[in-house]
Design a protein around this ligand. Structure first.
Ligand SMILES: Cc1ncc(COP(=O)(O)O)c(C=O)c1O
Length: 411
């Protein structure tokens, strides 16, 4: 009996050891060497990544030094909760998060006393909040679920999120510049339902900006339709406030209820992040979630949120300031115009939308696509296969010249 028990116990021990080994131990194929090689590869190639909207001129070295010196590196912090509600007592950076939101609010035309927002996980997280807050707000004031309208060229996250939130979605065709076609929007408008309209302020591929005046003029023709306007301004929303085009994202000039902007595109965060801004009125008309153990109402979708991201954001805006952002924003736009003109000079079909830092053009050969990590697109109205360069801060004329030299070599 004892022998059988011993045998059974050793069999189970053997199985547990095997499982532990495969989960935690010998199954890793990468070693520290691969980790170092990965880091070397990424840092070496970061400046030739031309196809995606990431600012690679990061200014966080001093932040990381401070993070280690301060001891925060060994501390778990968490922004569970609302940055505009002081009832949270755990270890968080909500105070700094609120300051980030209050810094950005006025840049988009929000009054300080009618502003609410959070630092998000990403642009998609911001759109999720925009669609969720919009749908709940409209439902509350009308008793009806809205129809969501978004252009076919807007970022796919909007379609995915409408699907996730089980909302009826109407996709409006876009013109060859990437802008929603207003006449198609009017035709699609469901006249007896509230409307949640998503405006693409810079489409991902062509950098098209939906014509807010034209769409708003259509909406004004149907005063009985209750409307919520969300701006998906992931990349452009970062830099437009520092240019002559700042009114495009000013709700005092073009009304909107919420806006989502990515932090890792223009602002130079080193990991996905963003901001979501809306009014207090919208926030106060949501489905309440009064959570006893948190001692408060929880308006945002996520429970745990990064406490480090708001600190990095705070650090960046403190150290870059309005002056730095203005220099960077205008430098990008200037370089984009330069690139477009240089492609024109070489008779390489290329396009650049107003207010945009995204030059899109006939696709070059694969070797060039691979070298500069270019993204693909297809539009028969513009001759078929396309690529683009998103002219971010690190894309100096010198670096862009290398790309142009490669284009010039094409037979
Ligand atoms: C216009 C637009 N909206 C939303 C997103 C999604 O943002 P994120 O990648 O930060 O989730 C992107 C990403 O490129 C985008 O270009």
């Amino acid at each position: 009996m004892l022998e059988t028990l011993k045998k059974t116990a050793s069999f189970f021990l053997f199985i547990i050891m095997l499982t532990c080994n495969s989960v935690f131990g010998t199954q890793f194929k990468n070693t520290q060497k691969q980790l170092d090689e990965y880091a070397a590869y990424v840092t070496e190639h970061r400046l030739t990544e031309f196809g995606y909207p990431a600012n690679q001129e990061l200014k966080l070295k001093e932040f990381y030094k401070w993070y280690i010196d301060s001891g925060l590196y060994g501390t778990m912090t968490n922004n569970v909760g609302d940055p505009f509600n002081s009832s949270h007592t755990f270890l968080n950076s909500l105070d700094f998060e609120r300051e980030v939101i209050e810094f950005f609010g006025p840049k988009y035309g929000f009054e300080k006393d009618n502003l609410w927002g959070i630092v998000t996980n990403s642009g998609t997280d911001g759109n999720n909040h925009g669609i969720y807050f919009g749908a709940k707000y409209l439902e509350k004031i009308t008793g009806q679920k809205p129809v969501v309208y978004v252009s076919e060229d807007a970022h796919y996250s909007n379609r995915r999120l409408a699907n996730l939130q089980n909302l009826e979605l109407i996709i409006i065709p876009a013109d060859e510049h990437g802008r929603m076609i207003p006449e198609k929007f009017e035709k699609a408008l469901v006249k007896d339902r509230p409307a949640l309209v998503i405006y693409a302020i810079g489409t991902t591929f062509k950098g098209g900006i939906d014509d807010q005046n034209a769409i708003n003029a259509i909406i004004a023709k149907y005063p009985s339709i209750k409307v919520y306007r969300h701006l998906d301004a992931a990349l452009f929303g970062g830099y437009l406030p520092y240019t002559k085009y700042k009114d495009t994202v000013n709700r005092k000039v073009h009304p909107f209820d919420s806006i989502a902007i990515s932090g890792h595109k223009f602002f130079g965060m080193d990991e996905p992040a963003g901001i979501f801004l809306t009014t207090k009125e919208i926030k106060d008309n949501q489905t309440p979630y009064n959570i006893t153990y948190l001692n408060t109402n929880m308006p945002m979708i996520n429970c745990s949120r990064s406490a480090v991201s708001p600190l990095k954001f705070w650090w960046i805006i403190h150290n870059t300031g309005v002056k730095g952002c203005t220099k960077q924003a205008n430098g990008m736009l200037e370089n984009a115009v330069w690139l477009k003109n240089e492609l024109d000079r070489r008779h390489w079909p290329a396009w650049l939308e107003p207010m945009s830092n995204t030059v899109y053009f006939k696709v070059p050969p694969k070797s060039i696509v691979d070298k500069y990590y270019l993204a693909p697109e297809y539009d028969i109205r513009l001759g078929g296969e396309l690529s683009h360069i998103v002219v971010m801060q690190h894309m100096t004329k010198r670096r862009l010249q290398n790309f142009l030299d490669d284009i010039a070599k094409i037979k």
